[in-house]
Design a protein around this ligand. Structure first.
Ligand code: NCD
Length: 319
């Protein structure tokens, strides 16, 4: 098994690392379905979550994953921290690190922050989103969800729709889907495609209706209005007419095809209110699998000495 020190981007894992995490995830799915969904695998280890940007689901998902592995969790969010008093990123990381932590889960609005942290700490770094750059554990949750539903990612046509330009989810997913042998198409207004698109391993399709018909996976992205410095679409109503998934459009999907969205959704913009309730919409599966793959990532990074016994054994009920 290849041991990785950090999961800052999809490239830290590579294809073999991704496949390893997906395989480990099957074990942690089984653990999570137990009466007491908790194992002592990371007892005595500490995971710190360091969120400089708002997040509910990703932070909670990491914390839940760490607790199911019996790790101690230190949660640090910017509004309640000394960063408000002007403490630098370096001081913050060094302070947390000197308390003794084995992993730091970091989310920051600036691209590249997870790659800076190892100069100040020996902890493993897990990127929970850096600006519009990467969000590798979301990609792992999505790869796991697709594999569960469709059996395989290789050979599948995955169509990603929406605000690609500002999306770290799209960047990590495109890399991961590509490594696992899918073909990826992007559908977006030209203003929401990044300038570097020619170098990406993707096709672009301008007509959503045509793209829907060929999709095995239709992956919708949130309009990230907080990251748009200028107005990139004439109006949200016009955007949803051209690029929103309505119930009517969803009927053009093949029977076996699935609909995904990383959340949080803007209902009525990229997805109409009733679509998330369709049986082939897997949005809640993605959230559930988020916890499972994050358990696998934490175990992969911190549990190498623990052996599989660590998760075959149930934790004490109060443990
Ligand atoms: C994503 C994020 O924050 O990058 N959400 C998430 O992790 N649950 C996607 C988004 O914000 O649209």
């Amino acid at each position: 098994m290849t041991i990785t020190k950090h999961v800052r981007g999809v490239d830290d894992l590579g294809k073999d690392g991704i496949l390893e995490i997906l395989e480990l995830s099957d074990h942690f799915l089984e653990v999570s379905n137990r009466r007491i969904p908790k194992v002592p695998a990371l007892r005595g280890k500490t995971v710190a979550s360091l969120f400089f940007e708002d997040s509910t689901r990703t932070r909670l998902s990491f914390e839940k994953a760490a607790k199911r592995l019996s790790a101690d969790v230190m949660s640090f969010s910017v509004s309640s921290s000394s960063v408000k008093k002007g403490e630098s990123l370096r001081d913050t990381v060094e302070t947390i690190s000197s308390m003794g932590v084995e992993a730091i889960v970091v989310r920051h609005r600036s691209v590249g922050v997870p790659w800076m942290l190892p100069q100040w700490t020996d902890a493993s770094i897990i990127n929970a989103g850096d600006g519009s750059h990467e969000h590798p554990t979301q990609a792992l949750a999505d790869c796991y969800t697709i594999t569960q539903q469709l059996g395989n990612i290789a050979g599948k046509r995955i169509v990603i729709v929406g605000d690609i330009k500002h999306s770290r989810v799209a960047r990590s997913n495109i890399k991961a889907f590509n490594m696992l042998g899918a073909s990826v198409a992007l559908v977006a207004p030209p203003t929401l495609l990044p300038p570097s698109i020619e170098n990406w391993p993707v096709d672009t399709i301008s007509d959503l209706d045509a793209a829907i018909k060929e999709a095995d996976v239709l992956y919708l992205l949130r309009m990230q209005l907080e990251r748009q410095e200028e107005s990139l679409v004439p109006s949200l109503r016009e955007y949803s007419n051209f690029y929103g998934l309505t119930l009517e459009r969803s009927r053009m999907l093949q029977k076996s095809s699935i609909i995904m969205h990383p959340g949080p959704m803007n209902r009525g913009v990229e997805i109409s209110g009733d679509v998330p309730d369709l049986p082939n919409a897997l949005i809640t599966n993605q959230v559930e699998n988020g916890v499972i793959v994050r358990m696998a990532v934490l175990y992969h990074l911190l549990g190498s000495g623990v052996a599989l016994a660590g998760f075959n054994q149930e934790a004490d009920e109060d443990g």
